[in-house]
Design a protein around this ligand. Structure first.
Ligand code: SF4
Length: 477
């Protein structure tokens, strides 16, 4: 075949070169020095928490209609309050002075500063959307400790993060209450919660893996986090410890602090001596977020001797639902920052998330689109977190009604609330595509049946809450 007739690959790889966008392009940060930018104290003190602060950063660059759109969203739709560190604002429209339409179109803006006009008006929420869409609270075996899978648990240490993402799965618990969502609150004192978690880990030798999350562990005072991780390393049955922090990307300055580096070095050394692995799991959704500071923070953590830094992104319409965008992100992570692409979760069925969610079929096509370019060990799996089931690769479904957008899934283990449920492993569990992606007949069906679905969902949620309460009292007792 001659040069002329050789066809292009669908995706063309180009070596990654990371660039820190110039923050002085924002009127509010014209005078900010490099030393200030690299200071975690400066970053935390200058987070954007409200419209007034956003206006102070953007000055006259953006028209009033954008602020009005954002304000309406905060009042009527947002499940998360506004909190964006300068580091993340700076990755919006990264290499230009942002004008209104640029900001509207920006992928980071779309999930960190959602506006009312982003959301669907036909089906803003799916009838099956719930505040705790993964039913993690139902599976709490101690306050904040979810035991869903046979050998691993999730420890939610605190309900705050240095940044609040509009699509947060844990919107029920994490962050400040919004006009739309009154947040759940932990009731135990932190010290008692931690003790109850450690007690459970010691008493359950079948648990070998702990995800230490939140919120974001970067918001935990370092001494407290180190003491907890140190105690977890002491539990003989724990072999894997994963620290969940989006701040590695959103506030890399935190992970570059001397105190944090030295502490992580102590933990890594102790874990290694006991044959336990510590890894950091971060959450990056777009290549624009991967900057030299993110790479430096990752390098600093890998240099402490932890086993790995991995990425769990979220697949979202308008942000990254395109095979080339996902591949660009994976290469930026892998080549630019030595972060291992690991998972892309489908966005969960929380209220007002329909504009972000994609269908299972779309996710399957995206998985197909990214295969073969990355090394196999760094090819992320796109997963659907099916309520009451857990993560499933998107091709693992049992059957799929594409007309109504209902996929059916099975599982091969019991969660902590199904210990005495004989049908748990033979039942099928449902997951729902966004209704606006369905053919006309499917959309008509949902229009006719949404009321019945909502009533049935309310009955099921009540039954599940009651079952969880009785199971929890049995487990704790
Ligand atoms: S960092 Fe994670 S836990 Fe915090 S708001 Fe974002 S998605 Fe939620």
């Amino acid at each position: 075949m001659s040069e002329r007739t050789r066809l292009e690959q669908p995706y063309r790889y180009t070596p990654v070169e990371l660039v820190e966008p110039e923050w002085t392009r924002f009127p509010g940060w014209k005078q900010v020095t490099s030393a200030e930018w690299q200071s975690v104290q400066w970053q935390r003190a200058h987070c954007v928490k409200n419209l007034r602060q956003l206006r102070a950063v953007l000055g006259e660059l953006v028209e009033d209609r954008f602020y009005a759109d954002l304000e309406r969203d905060q009042a009527e739709r947002a499940t998360m309050s506004m909190l964006v560190p300068p580091q993340m604002v700076n990755t919006m429209v990264p290499h230009a002075v942002p004008a209104t339409e640029d900001l509207y179109a920006d992928p980071i803006r779309r999930y960190m500063l959602p506006v009312f006009s982003d959301r669907r008006t036909d089906w803003p929420s799916h009838p099956h959307a719930t505040r705790d869409s993964l039913h993690e609270h139902d599976m709490w075996v101690a306050e904040g400790l979810t035991h869903r899978y046979p050998t691993k648990v999730l420890a939610e240490m605190l309900p705050t993060c240095p940044q609040y993402c509009g699509h947060c799965t844990r919107m029920d618990l994490v962050g400040n209450s919004t006009p739309v969502i009154d947040k759940l609150r932990f009731t135990l004192k932190p010290v008692d919660r931690v003790e109850a978690m450690l007690h459970y880990l010691r008493a359950h030798p079948e648990v070998r893996d702990v995800v230490i999350s939140g919120g974001d562990v970067a918001n935990m005072p370092w001494a407290r986090l180190e003491a907890f991780v140190d105690s977890v390393i002491d539990v003989d049955n724990i072999r894997d410890i994963r620290l969940a922090t989006k701040a590695l990307m959103g506030l890399p300055q935190h992970w570059l602090q001397d105190e944090v580096r030295a502490g992580m070095e102590r933990l890594a050394a102790k874990a290694r001596s006991r044959g336990t692995s510590i890894a950091i799991h971060t959450h990056v959704n777009h290549a624009n977020s991967v900057t030299p500071l993110v790479a430096a923070a990752t390098r600093a953590m890998l240099d402490t001797g932890i086993r790995d830094v991995r990425n769990q992104g979220v697949l979202m319409g308008g942000v990254n639902d395109d095979a080339h965008t996902l591949l660009d992100l994976c290469f930026a992570l892998l080549d630019g920052a030595q972060i291992m692409p690991y998972y892309f979760y489908m966005c969960d069925m929380i209220p007002f998330s329909e504009h972000w969610r994609v269908s299972v079929e779309r996710a399957q096509n995206l998985q197909h689109g990214i295969m073969g370019y990355l090394p196999g060990f760094a090819t992320p799996r796109i997963v659907c977190d099916v309520p009451f089931v857990g993560k499933r690769w998107v091709h693992q479904l049992e059957s799929y009604d594409k007309n109504r957008g209902i996929s059916y899934w099975t599982k091969n283990y019991r969660t902590s609330i199904e210990r005495s449920d004989r049908d748990a492993l033979t039942r099928t569990y449902e997951y729902y595509d966004p209704i606006h992606t369905l053919p006309d007949a499917g959309r008509d069906w949902w229009r006719q049946h949404a009321g019945d679905v909502l009533a049935a969902a309310e009955r099921a949620a009540k039954a599940s809450r009651e079952a969880a309460e009785s199971q929890t009292s049995l487990t704790i007792g």
